[in-house]
Every structure is written in C-alpha cells, then in structure tokens.
Design a protein around this ligand. Sequence first.
Ligand code: SF4
Length: 417
Amino acid sequence: MAASLDTATTQPMPAAAPAAGGDARLPSLVGLTRSGLSEALAGIGVPQRDLRMRVGQLWQWIYFRGVRDFDAMTNVGKGLRAELARHFTLARPEIVSEQVSVDGTRKWLLRMPPTGPHDRGAEVEAVYIPEADRGTLCVSSQVGCTLTCTFCHTGTQRLVRNLTAAEIVAQLVVARDRLGDWPGAARPTDGLVPDAERAVSNIVFMGMGEPLYNFEGVRDAVEVISDGEGLSLSRRRITLSTSGVVPMIGRAGDEIGTMLAISLHATRDDLRDELVPLNKKYPIRDLLEACRGYPGLSNARRITFEYVMLKGVNDSLAEARDLVRLLKGIPAKINLIPFNPWPGTRYECSDWEQIEDFSEVVFRAGYASPVRTPRGRDILAACGQLKSETEKLRARARLMLESGIGAEGLFVAGEAD
Ligand code: SF4
C-alpha cells in the first residue's frame, strides 16, 4: 500500500496573485447564476428588454471562454463594457497557496473576498485529482464543518459559514484558470493534467463541509456548473457526498439532481454514532430508507457508499458481510477508502491485506468495490485531510505558547506533522 509518498519532491508553489479583473472593492460577476447576473445588469440600468440577451453574452464570456477582462467581450458595445467595469469585476478568489503533490494532485488554499468590515475573507481548500483520462475537482461547500466525524480532519475545524453559490462556482473557475482549461489556454507543464479534452471532467462535493447543510448554495452552484452554454459539466459528472442529512436527501434528488454518495463507514449504529455523530439523529435504517427513495435511482445512477478503512474498528470480514446485507436492493457502488492519517488522529489505516479481503467479500456479492488510491497524502489533500492552512498556523502558534519552544523548532514539528 502506498502509505507514504516521496514528499521531497512536493512543490509548495509561491502564492499567486489574485486574478486580474479590476478594482477589488467592486463585486465580481464570476459565479453568479443567470438570475443573479440579470439582477446585476438591471441594477446598472440595462433595459429590461435586453437583459436576456446581455446575460447570454456575459454567460458565454465568463463561463465558456473564462475571460478576465470586460474589454475582451467583443460582442458587447464599448459603452456597456465601460459601465460594467465601473461597477463590477471578473475577479476570482485569491490563491493563497498552491501545492502540487508528487502524484500530480493539486491543492489550492483560496481566500474569498471579505463579505463585510469584520470579515477578513473566508479560506477554503479545493483539490484537483488528475487521472489518465479524467480530472476530478473536489470542492468545499462550507468554511469548516459543524459535523465532528471523528476520522475527519476537517471536522476538527469549527464552522465559520456557508459558502455562497458564487464562491463554490469560483473554485471551479480558479481550477480551470490554473489548469489552462479554457478554449485556447495553455496547460501547465508541472504536474499531471489528463490527456483529455477537459482538465476538469468531474466534480465532487467532498471538500470542507456538509453540502446538504448549505442546500441553496449547492443547488445554485450546480445550476451554474451544469449549464450547457457555460461550464457545462453534466449533473451525472457531479457527485454530492453527504454524511446522511436524511430529511434533505429526497429534496436533493429532486432539486439538485446530481449523483449521490453517502459517507457510511459503519454497519452498526453504535459504531456509526461514534464515527459520524450525525447518526444519532439519523440512524442507519432511516438513512438507507432515504437512499432507497432517492429520485432517479437506477442501475445507471447508483449511489456510492463510502467506507473508510479503519484498522480494528470497522474492517472485519463480518462487517463486510453486514455491509452487503444492509445495501441489498439499493443500486450501489461501494468505495473503500484507505484511511488517510492526519496529525493527532486516533485511527490507523487497515492493513492492505485486510482491505483486499474486505473488498473481495463485497466484490463477490456483486458490488463494484474500488479501493480508492490515496492521493495527495504528502500535501494533506487526501480525503478527510482538508483543513485550512490558517487553522494549522494557529494551532502551531498555540503549541508554541504552550511548550515555550522556538519558532524554528515548531516549524519543523509542524512540517513533520
Ligand atoms: S466527513 Fe464531511 S461532514 Fe464529516 S466532519 Fe468531515 S467535512 Fe464534515
């Protein structure tokens, strides 16, 4: 098992400047829905009768071409372009840092524009996972998380706020900027970018936060991302991963309509109560009932059940058999995830042989049971490891105060994490 990667060749990249796009004090149009754009245009006096046409034009430039300057919008009259630049920008979130793992995984720490005088700008992480024929972007839906899943590093960071739909969409826009994923743009030469038409071919809502606790934000973001005249990623290539917010699952199927993944991780309520505390509110039986009723569920649209492999905790073969029994009748895929260790965790990853034996039981029962290859472990970008750099820096500072050791020693300790 690839328990560790050659971290020596990991490249922490210098922080990139915020994307060009005008005066940072003005609101950005990047990430807005069609109705949001329409409102913005109406607000600067674009006549009602022109709104639809103007929104269509801007939509193409922003989401199909990825332009950063109103002057590039050649089919929009000069007067309106100047007016747009006076009131808005096409700015993206600031890239605080970019790290490229030795396996090609990229992690960005992004700072969103401040939402008010007391907001320094929320920071979230987005991770890009390239494979030979596709590239998956893992996006965050919240800053921090209220759910304290005990195997998850993000769960140790308190919830700051929900991201807006625009802030979710902007994560994709930044990724496409950095990956040269716009028509005519150049692909980066460092790290792996798949040899496919699109560098980002899939999106998973598996970054920071519980997407169903930010329902409207996620719904509107998916509307923008899946719009066929812009970013154009089919809903079947977007997966929403939930820890099991039962009352919202049916509504998610109806109103968001993406693929669904469930963070299951245990076959008994007493254990799941511990691993995913939300289980105390919505136990396994209710969760699976909601899955059986997920709108559009079929063999072609199966639900993915995620199961993190924790040594001696949930990885016995009896549990593999229980898992198969539990999911009977649900068109499902089972995704076995080798646990990605993070500083301070109490869990260990299951032994590789145990993961293989577990997978064999699941496979023999007729389920596809891919074992997810750990990606980006050297840059803490793997599943469940996301936590913003500022939090880590704060933790280091706290430790420094507590232990009274010098900053240099701490830095080394931090890096050794
Ligand atoms: S696994 Fe997801 S829902 Fe649970 S704490 Fe981590 S980010 Fe939150």
